[in-house]
Design a protein. Structure first.
Lengths: 657, 407, 195
């Protein structure tokens, strides 16, 4: 619960709400479903983000399999044109906004406070609100499937094809409003994590002693902070056009359809780094641990991450090389795009050099991390070929681009996420995922993804455009290795990939049935999140550690041998944590659960629903939002002291302020 | 824990396989599909060649860098696998090495940038244009409109669709726009793509070295039948092109009275002329039959069917007017014979009756279009694409007989 | 030290909530940036509807802009009173600020009505759509600000506000000043610079 006494009392602390606001009493459960629904614990929310993301990963994956089934043979009949268009639109939307971003948010929520030695994030209730907005936004987006058809304009939703005449179903309305709601989640979590990092680091942790994962997440939050409002504007313009008759993309009124493209990609390109940098952060944690060496060139990795963050703002128009920008703009954006390859290359070099000279331990997490280095490099290099603008005019909107960004997003982001699963699973759940199944998981995914996306390079370079619900043999070429062959290979590959992911789910299930607990420090890890119990206590650290080193935890366990400069162990994780428990802080105030985040978040889809169907419903939603906002504002983030009176405890109540 | 992990050797073998497969896919197999009509690596004109010359070295360098990275990773994995060595010194980096390794890729890219700049501006040039063709995209077909250019014998505008006919060795400038959503014009053998954006005019240089038919495909997602919005650029020798121009400007020849074709003309006047123009066609009372697609179709245009049988395709180049055999003969003709074969047009025995009849019978069934009259509220009752016309088999027969006369 | 719930002064020396407001306002800059860019692109595209110069009443809008500007001054007075822990004066100045803000919003409602009567609807032209969207978004921001000010007054009267009062007033003040500054930019770009 919300207040932790040391030593832990035998019985749970008695908590009685004394103050009520409006109609609702403050929630107090520390068990059962209420402890999840009303939680504001960053760790629980992290898990909830990840579970939600995993669910949408499966949804998006099924959409992908349907797409590949349709394209396995010429003139596919699995889906009709309309359904196919909805499928690829929602596949991309789901994977980008409802899988990778929330999964990264899950990792960030769980591990960022732990890595910086904090007990929670800066705004715990805002954190909960962000999660619920994301979940409700995601559900709202997908409701369109059952209410007349999902969005069908592609995830980039170019105007004027997104207008009411060209996309008459409600799909685009659901899409625009659903993303708006999910965007609120991104914005609040960006503000929250930025402030957490700026203000709540453990004593001694200067910015340049922060774990690299935290650094990359911080860069991502700044990108989100400034990118989300741009897509917000774009989505408002689209919504006003579709729902209120605005003319923004109406060419007859003199509108310029390129406005949407600029707004979308000013958001959309930073978005690409929003998707990849968290995984860069994850493997920058994993590689040092399993190489038994610090990250090579930590400052270079930090600054290259920040540089990517900055330059990422100046390359958006490389998505528009065929849009007719004029040669000067094309040349400028072409060079900027080449420039961004340099800091990305720096990272790959640093990862490789981290392994160089190390003592490599090929766990599943390490395999995924190494897989990322190699496969992301493939995606990065094909990205360089796009920066050659004239060459890009041949490649853009072909399967070559599809191959490129799947190597970046699957070979990069997703492999990084899986490295994170295997690496941090014992920390979060106190159990080890099976390494044997992990190996199957890894190899099937690697083989599957190369078979799926590798051939797409060929398909694209040999002229197969994207977003076609059917392809025809007339354009497939001759010979055995024609486009028909590669299309079937890609489809077969996608099912191998799906089996790989299924094995992960089986691994999770098997692990959850296995009673064996994980050791406290199974990987001999380096950063602060491992200096806690498995899983961490609600307040994370019994004592807030004082930080002296990058890789603080490692340096508490090891010291350098003067003669050989190799490292020798001086103590164990168990001893370190036992020592913490002995010196535990007394009377730790943790923020209390709250009803308001979920209530406020629930109001948002109600408003959105009302905007599509009836303004009356929107008014109801507005009332919910207003009511919840006032409840929230009046409720203090920690329940009052009197709520926690424990009649059996004589613990001294010293308020640390 | 460590014991449960597959032996390092096994790991490495599998890893090699994965690396070879990923890098190998691009490096080894790209050339394997022979003759793909939209292959971007088989340029057939100076603009596409410029792009190709620029990108081939980049692909090569990228491939080499990819192999270096993969080899470095594999070598590191073998050399530094855990063999019981002590935990190494905690080295945090070697700035000099890192700076060097940052500068090298930056220099490579700087060189690439110089050549890229040159190509970008060469491909944007318009002042050396020899011939202009206006290209207008709409859901889901392209209209080609040749403004008057007397030096090519074009004395009155030619409006056609389905196939872009152009003379070889001539710097053609396409002026692209769109009547509804964004489309993108792309003939890979002749140049990269350029979007056709409503409200804007974009230019694209095209030039073919040899006579031939070069395939293309709309590459900006444009709705239901995006996949079916194809194009073919037909490059003819200058003499053949002149013949083609002359034929396009030839006056309308009405079918002889009493023939099936004449009855077909009547059906056409009753049904098709609402949207489709045939230049020179007159009604029974002698007034010219003027199509009014703007009253029936959202984009305001429908293909002009004058001299339909000089084209090899219909319905946005989705279907062939030529039977499979005849089509192959044209496409596979040696370069010096393409023109002659193409100018023969569609003869009675070469007509692809099956697809043409299916199209006339129920167009939205064979090509997805938003043509359901129940859903036309948002578009003021206007169709997007050709609607179902409920023609009788009898009428279809008459129409086919008529259309075959539009030579 | 161990209380994570309250905005503790940490690495930056600025409290969590205040820093959070700064971050939020940073994000808002791009929101208005996007809306202003859209307006600047479209302001000359009137398709038969009225042109900006035909309907703008510069003197009227100047007065209402001045009113909004003055509200920044009263906001400063409110913050200073709050720092002196003078609840009565804080309440007074917050109320005056809210009233000035309401006057501005009232002026905007009047202006919108007048423009509408002169033939500029939301769907009339790109100018109309982008003008109403930009100024409307700003108006909504002012309205949200007024609600926050009035809530503050209500809470201060009940004296049951969690956290430090002066800081909450200051944070609402930050928001209010931001909205004012945005208006100065909008007023200059939309009303003063001719198309």
């Amino acid at each position: 619960m919300a207040i932790i006494e040391r030593p832990t009392p035998a019985a749970p602390v008695v908590v009685t709400p004394t103050e009520t606001y409006g109609l609702l009493k403050r929630p107090v459960s520390s068990t059962g479903w209420r402890s999840w629904v009303f939680t504001i614990d960053h760790k629980k929310l992290g898990i909830m983000y990840a579970v939600t993301a995993m669910f949408f990963f499966i949804v998006g994956g099924i959409e992908a399999l349907l797409i590949r089934l349709q394209l396995a043979a010429p003139n596919g009949k699995v889906l009709n044109a309309d359904l196919y268009n909805q499928m690829f639109t929602m596949h991309a939307t789901t994977m980008v906004f409802l899988f990778i971003m929330p999964m990264a948010a899950g990792f960030a929520n769980y591990f960022l406070p732990l890595q910086i030695g904090a007990r929670d994030v800066a705004f715990p209730r805002l954190n909960a609100f962000g999660f619920w907005s994301l979940l409700f936004g995601g559900i709202f987006l997908n409701l369109a499937w059952f209410l007349g058809g999902a969005a069908d304009g592609g995830w980039f939703m170019y105007a004027p094809n997104s207008g009411p005449v060209f996309s008459p179903s409600n799909g685009v309305n659901f899409w625009a409003l659903g993303l708006q709601i999910a965007g609120i989640a991104s914005l609040t979590s960006a503000i929250n994590l930025i402030i957490t990092v700026l203000n709540m680091r453990a004593p001694g942790m200067s910015l340049m002693k922060m774990p690299i994962f935290t650094w990359m997440i911080t860069v991502v939050q700044f990108l989100l902070l400034f990118a989300v409002p741009v897509i917000t504007v774009a989505l408002f313009l689209l919504m006003f056009q579709r729902n209120f008759g605005a003319r923004f993309f109406d060419v007859a009124a003199g509108a310029d359809p390129l406005l949407w493209q600029h707004l979308f990609w000013i958001f959309g390109h930073p978005e690409v780094y929003i998707l990849i940098l968290p995984s860069f952060g994850i493997i920058s944690e994993v590689l040092p641990v399993f190489s038994r060496k610090p990250l090579f060139g930590y400052p270079f990795v930090v600054f290259s991450g920040a540089a990517i963050g900055f330059v990422g703002w100046g390359v958006w128009a490389h998505h528009m090389f065929a849009s007719g920008l004029g040669p000067v703009s094309v040349a400028v954006f072409s060079v900027a795009t080449m420039a961004i390859a340099v800091p990305t290359g720096v990272k790959i070099i640093n990862w490789t050099l981290t392994m160089w000279g190390g003592k490599l331990w090929f766990t599943t997490a390490m395999k995924f991390a190494i897989g990322l280095i190699v496969l992301f490099t493939v995606g990065g290099l094909s990205g360089v070929t796009h920066s050659i603008a004239p060459s890009d005019t041949q490649q853009t909107d072909t399967y070559y681009i599809v191959a490129h960004f799947h190597y970046v997003l699957f070979g990069g982001s997703v492999l990084g996420i899986f490295a994170g699963f295997y690496y941090w699973w014992p920390k979060v759940f106190g159990k080890m995922l099976s390494e044997k199944l992990g190996s199957w998981n890894f190899w099937l995914m690697i083989i599957g993804l190369n078979l799926t996306f590798g051939p797409m390079h060929i398909l694209g370079l040999q002229g197969q455009p994207r977003r076609m619900y059917q392809w025809t043999e007339a354009r497939a070429g001759e010979g055995f290795f024609n486009l028909a062959f590669w299309n079937s290979v890609a489809s077969i590959g996608s099912f191998i990939l799906a089996i790989g992911i299924l094995i992960f789910l089986i691994n999770v299930w098997v692990t959850s049935r296995n009673p064996q607990r994980a050791p406290l420090d199974p990987w001999d890890a380096r950063s602060l999140e491992w200096m806690t119990s498995n899983p961490p206590k609600e307040h994370n650290f019994d004592v807030i550690p004082t930080v002296h080193h990058l890789d603080e935890f490692f340096h508490r366990k090891y010291e350098e041998d003067e003669a050989t400069h190799t490292m020798k162990q001086i103590t164990t994780a168990e001893d370190l944590i036992a020592e913490q428990e002995r010196n535990a802080d007394r009377h730790i105030h943790m923020p209390s659960p709250s009803y308001w985040p979920i209530v406020l978040a629930f109001g948002l889809p109600v408003i959105a629903f009302g905007l599509i169907y009836s303004y009356l419903i929107a008014v109801v939603g507005g009332v919910i939002v207003l009511f919840a906002a006032f409840g929230w504002a009046l409720e203090s983030s920690t329940a009052p002291e009197s709520d926690f009176e424990n009649p059996n405890s004589s613990a001294e109540l010293v308020k640390h302020d | 824990m460590r014991a449960s992990i597959a032996s390092v050797r096994g790991v490495l073998n599998k890893r090699c396989a994965a690396v070879v497969s990923s890098v190998g896919f691009t490096a080894l197999f790209t050339g394997c599909a022979s003759n793909a009509p939209q292959d971007t690596w088989q340029p057939k004109g100076p603009n596409a060649e410029l792009i190709d010359d620029l990108q081939q070295p980049v692909f090569a360098v990228a491939g080499v860098i990819g192999l270096i990275v993969a080899s470095a990773v594999i070598y590191t994995m073998i050399k530094y696998r855990d063999r019981g060595q002590p935990i190494p010194e905690q080295i945090h980096g070697k700035p000099a090495l890192e700076v060097t390794l940052t500068i090298i890729p930056a220099l490579i890219l700087a060189v690439v940038a110089v050549f890229t700049f040159g190509a970008i501006f060469k491909l944007a040039k318009t002042d050396d244009t020899e011939m202009i063709i206006n290209v207008t995209g709409q859901q889901w077909w392209w209209e080609y409109d040749y403004p008057v250019q007397n030096e090519f014998g074009i004395n009155q505008p030619i409006i056609t669709s389905g196939q872009l006919v152009m003379p070889i060795g001539t710097k053609v400038l396409l002026r692209e726009t769109s009547r509804d959503v964004i489309h993108s014009y792309w003939i890979p053998a002749l140049n990269g793509k350029r979007d056709a954006v409503p409200g804007r005019v974009h230019t694209l240089r095209l030039e073919a070295d040899e006579p031939g038919i070069y395939a293309g495909q709309c590459t900006e997602f444009c709705g239901l039948s995006h996949a079916n919005m194809r194009m073919e650029a037909v490059a003819l020798s200058k003499e053949d092109f002149a013949k083609w121009v002359a034929n396009q400007q030839a006056p309308y020849v009405a079918p002889a009275v009493g023939t099936l074709a004449k009855q077909g003309e009547e059906v056409f006047l009753n049904q098709c002329v609402r949207c489709h123009q045939v230049n020179g066609l007159t009604r029974a009372d002698g007034t010219p039959a003027i199509a009014a697609p703007d009253e029936n179709v959202w984009s305001g245009a429908a293909p002009n069917l004058s001299h339909l049988m000089t084209r090899n395709t219909f319905a946005g180049a989705m279907f062939d007017l030529l039977s499979k055999r005849c089509r192959d003969e044209v496409w596979n003709a040696p370069s010096d014979m393409v023109g002659a074969r193409y100018l023969e047009g569609v003869t009675e025995e070469c007509l692809n009756q099956k697809d043409l009849r299916a199209w006339l019978r129920n167009a939205p069934e064979v090509k997805p279009m938003y043509a359901n009259p129940a859903n036309l509220l948002v578009s003021n009752g206007k169709y997007r694409g050709m609607p179902y016309l409920a023609l009788s088999e009898d009428d279809i027969g008459k129409l086919v007989a008529y259309l075959i006369t539009l030579k | 030290m161990t209380d994570v719930a309250h905005g503790h002064v940490g690495g930056t020396g600025i409290s969590n909530v205040k820093l959070g407001m700064w971050a939020f306002l940073g994000s808002e800059c791009l929101l208005f940036g996007g809306l202003i860019s859209t307006y600047m692109l479209y302001r000359g595209r009137v398709t038969g509807g009225p042109r900006p110069s035909q309907i703008f009443d510069i003197p009227f809008t100047s007065v209402s802009s001045f009113v909004l500007l003055m509200s920044s001054l009263t906001m400063v007075l409110a913050v200073s009173a709050a720092h002196k822990d003078d609840d009565r004066k804080t309440n007074l100045w917050l109320t005056v600020t809210a009233l000035l803000g309401t006057t501005f919003v009232g002026g905007q409602v009047y202006e919108f009505t007048a423009f509408y009567k002169e033939g500029l609807g939301f769907s009339t032209s790109l100018f109309g759509s982008s003008f109403y969207t930009l100024t409307g978004f700003h108006g909504v921001h002012v309205t949200v600000g007024i609600i926050m000010l009035m809530s503050l007054v209500g809470i201060l009267t009940r004296s049951s506000m969690p956290g430090k009062k002066a800081e909450v007033v200051e944070i609402v003040g930050l928001y209010w000043h931001f909205v004012d500054i945005v208006w100065i930019i909008i007023f200059t770009l939309v009303y003063l610079i001719p198309v």
